[in-house]
Design a binder for this molecule. Structure first.
Ligand code: AMP
Ligand code: MG
Length: 850
């Protein structure tokens, strides 16, 4: 048997071993299928191409290999720790190129893409081979795609480009009848031999020390997406070519800064990430050729190494400075590039998929070979270069190449949709345009928003202006009394009180309170258990023109004492019997109070630090909230259950919305069954109640509208309740006490399933504005995380007796009408692509957000 016809056994590279091990976890997955096609814009001689491919395959061991494991450890004692993996290189087969004629297809190009995409899903068998195939897709007489599909275990993108160049050279030579140049390829054992001796060497020890030192503290991976997911073989790809003038200016800038184009590209991408996430410590994954000698660089093989590049970007950094520091980091990466990324991930104890935790991939392929098939130029198009973790950004080419610079975004479709990718890509273009024009300005000034986006986040997605009546709670309630005086207003422990009775009783209490000195701008502590009397007391206080300070009787004595001292109430009602003092008074309302500018209540919030502080909320805000609530929650006119403490403003929704729209308020428990109340049509809970709701018998389970609020809601928490109650409107309502109960909400309409991940908090209410701003109070682009600010009619007056704190949290609204204020919530949020707000977390919980 001749040498060429013998099966040869070759060792595998570290890269091959890594891919092989990963593939074993899921043998039938196409995750590691790679592919590319050359777009050939002229006639192709299929016979000549077939011959060129046949010869190229004969020269290329990588395309004739498959894998085998040793059964006898004695065979390879030196590799005892690794799976004893070898590649077997088989003789070339006679036919290596398939031809598919799509010239008669309705849309040949679309048909070609359909077919290639389907091929990319077919798994290879690493234990059998072949692990590569090549097809010429004829689209027209003078246009074709030469498609090459391969497994990542035998070839990487770099190796594939070397191979494609060889096929082009052979084709051209055969066509013109000239002698093809020597391939320069070597055998796989010689390529892999470069790696032997490295593990355990002093160089390895030095490289290892460098990497472990650099990542002594590993930052969380940075991402433009608001969600996370595993790696996928599907991807969403979008390619954009830089305008020639921009490409030329970037090249000139690189020259002027004495930097390589990759450093400029990485720095610009870092600006995008820094500005989108607020993060200053950024790490990206960078594929490196993983070959060190000329022969191995010239040989198609799978050696790629992925290592992280760590970039520090602060708002004060200028682009020039950033490029200089990226250049230094890049030089470090290259100096220590022999250290394997797999080993680093293992040593750092990072879990998840391969390189998943190192950050998004940045791949700057500066020198893209100009390929020619005879006289016909061919443009390479990568289809997949392996699994996509989060996002890959590929820069192909240089301005000098004549074909320009292409920027390709290759995204995990579970994390990004088309619009988001398009927006990120356009933003990167804006960053490039900006930095090329003013490289010596601080990157904190880069304008990321387009004029359209700016209009959208400040106006289009914001709460519309609406004329509201502007009436107070006593007026709204009084109107309802006139409409339904005999209807049941409140039920508690079997006791029922009608609207008429509630009106008369609370009027008497109001008159009594006025006699005690209660009026506008005065406060009344209400420390009562949930009862009919509690409702009467709250209404009585506002009807007297005063503001109530609700205190849960179950609060620790210290907290109670703090609140009742801090608020300096005129009076504290802490016993239901106290209301008897009002029995002698007249049933008619106190006149002329309250005005819209008078406080309605003071609610104490714990805040994350310090003593509880009293939030003073005016009638203007409560009235506006209720006017809207009546309109958008018509189910409040049915049966509502008030199940939680009135010390939170959650009960403003649960108590007053029904009382101003004719509903019946059951003061009781979540599973209230006393008095046969049936299924409540209107209920407000926190997400932590969802578990309890699930356990409720159907006859008392919420119907109509269920509002959740107060904490972050994720789809997973709601999913099973939702599946059993698809006809209920579920509303995720967001808002701090300082913005009167709620200021944004998101509706999950009947019949709509809830998606996994955070449920949006939606859009601002009427006459309400919400801004997601950066540290300089500039709106951040959709998708970027910033701090949430709220403005408009919902805004509280401020903190009781805390002018300093009020001034700190309630500041001038730069985007509202003259004199308007906005409230800094301390919450992090982002706009999603649908223009809905998504809550991300608390500012305080984030380490070094800005
Ligand atoms: P409080 O002032 O006590 O009502 O607390 C308001 C805080 O609760 C907000 O600033 C948020 O941090 C959180 N919060 C309220 N509603 C939501 C919601 N729907 N999703 C996420 N967080 C929320
Ligand atoms: Mg609240």
């Amino acid at each position: 048997m001749s040498d060429a016809a013998r099966t040869l056994r070759r060792p595998v590279s570290a890269a091959q071993l890594g891919v092989w091990v990963a593939q074993q976890l899921d043998p039938d997955s196409p995750l590691y299928n790679c592919g590319a096609y050359l777009e050939i814009g002229g006639p192709v001689d299929t016979g000549v191409l077939g011959e060129a491919v046949r010869r190229a395959v004969e020269e290329t061991e990588a395309l004739r290999s498959y894998f085998t494991e040793d059964t006898d450890p004695a065979d390879a004692p030196e590799r005892a720790e690794d799976p004893r993996l070898w590649q077997l290189v088989v003789p070339a087969e006679p036919t290596s190129l398939h031809v598919r004629d799509l010239r008669d297809a309705v849309d040949p190009e679309a048909a070609a893409h359909r077919w290639m995409n389907a091929e990319m899903q077919i798994p290879f068998d690493l234990g059998r081979g072949p692990l590569s195939d090549q097809t010429l897709l004829l689209l027209a007489d003078d246009r074709s795609f030469y498609f090459h599909r391969y497994h990542h275990a035998v070839l990487d993108a770099f190796g594939q480009s070397v191979y494609a160049a060889r096929v082009a050279a052979l084709y051209t030579a055969l066509l013109t009848g000239t002698e093809p140049p020597a391939s320069g390829f070597t055998t796989l054992d010689r390529v892999v031999a470069e790696e032997t001796g490295y593990p355990g060497s002093r160089r390895h020890a030095r490289d290892r020390a460098h990497w472990l030192d650099l990542f002594e503290e590993m930052p969380d991976p940075v991402a433009l997406a608001g969600r996370s997911a595993g790696s996928t073989h599907r991807s969403l790809r979008r390619i954009q070519t830089l305008p020639t003038t921009l490409a030329d200016r970037l090249t000139a800038l690189s020259d002027r800064l004495r930097a390589q184009w990759p450093a400029v590209a990485i720095a610009a991408t870092a600006v995008l990430y820094h500005r989108m996430t607020g993060r200053t410590d950024l790490t990206f994954s960078m594929p490196l050729a993983g070959r060190t000698s000329r022969t191995s660089l010239a040989t198609p093989s799978a050696m790629v190494n992925v290592l992280p590049i760590r970039v520090t970007a602060t708002p004060e950094t200028t682009f020039t400075e950033l490029v200089a520091s990226v250049s230094r980091s890049l030089a470090d990466v290259i100096r220590h590039q022999r250290f394997r990324g797999e080993e680093l991930v293992r040593e750092l104890g990072l879990s998840g998929g391969r390189q998943a935790r190192l950050g998004p991939t940045l791949n700057v392929v500066a020198y893209v070979d100009e390929l020619r098939f005879g006289d016909t130029p061919a443009i390479p198009h990568p289809l997949s270069t392996g699994p996509v973790n989060d996002l890959k950004i590929n820069f192909y080419g240089t301005a000098a190449s004549g074909r320009g610079i292409r920027v390709e975004f290759d995204a995990d479709p579970d994390l990004y949709d088309e619009r988001e990718i398009t927006a990120h890509q356009q933003r990167l273009m804006r960053v490039l345009e900006w930095v090329v024009g003013q490289p010596d300005r601080r990157i904190g000034d880069v304008e990321l928003l387009s004029a359209v986006e700016r209009e959208r986040v400040l106006v289009g997605w914001n709460g519309e202006s609406r004329g509201v009546r502007g009436v107070s709670l006593p007026v709204l309630f009084g109107e309802q009394v006139a409409r339904t005086p005999d209807a049941v207003a409140v039920v508690c422990g079997g006791r029922e009180v009608s609207y008429g009775e509630l009106e008369a009783w609370s009027n008497r209490v109001a008159r009594w309170l006025v006699g005690q000195g209660v009026g506008p701008e005065s406060f009344v502590g209400v420390v009562l258990p949930r009862s009919v009397e509690l409702v009467v007391a709250l209404l009585g206080v506002v009807k007297a023109g005063g503001a109530y300070v609700p205190v849960d009787p179950g609060y620790p004595a210290e907290r109670k004492a703090h609140i009742l001292t801090d608020a300096r109430p005129v009076l504290v009602i802490d016993d239901v019997a106290a209301l008897a003092a009002a029995d002698e008074y007249a049933d008619t309302p106190v006149e002329d109070v309250p005005k819209l500018s008078h406080p309605a209540y003071v609610i104490y919030t714990s805040g994350s630090t310090g003593r509880p502080k009293g939030v003073v909320v005016e009638h203007r805000s409560v009235g506006a909230y209720l006017e809207r609530a009546c309109e958008v929650y018509p189910d409040a006119s049915g049966t509502a259950v008030l199940h939680s403490s009135v010390a939170f403003d959650l009960t403003v929704t649960a108590l007053y919305t029904p009382l101003v729209s004719g509903g019946r308020v059951v003061v009781g428990e979540l599973d209230e069954r006393a008095g046969d109340v049936g299924r409540p049509s209107f209920m407000k809970v926190t997400p932590s109640h969802l578990g309890l709701l699930e356990a409720l018998p159907e006859e008392v389970s919420p119907s109509g509208t269920l509002i959740t609020g107060g904490e972050a809601l994720v789809g997973e928490a709601l999913a099973s309740w939702r599946a059993a109650h698809p006809d209920v409107v579920v509303v995720n309502a967001y808002g701090p006490t300082e913005a009167t109960v709620n200021c944004t909400d998101f509706r999950i309409e009947p019949g709509t399933a809830v998606a996994a991940g955070p449920v949006p908090i939606g859009r601002p209410f009427w006459n309400t504005r919400a801004y997601v701003l950066d540290a300089w109070l500039r709106p951040v682009p959709p998708g970027a995380v910033g701090e949430l600010y709220v403005a408009g009619v919902v805004l509280a007056r401020g903190y009781l007796g805390r002018a300093d704190l009020t001034a700190e949290r309630f500041t001038a609204d730069p985007y509202g009408p003259a004199g308007a204020r906005m409230y800094r919530t301390g919450d992090l949020a982002r706009w999603n692509a649908d223009g809905q707000l998504v809550y991300v977390g608390r500012v305080d919980d984030q380490v070094k957000v800005r």
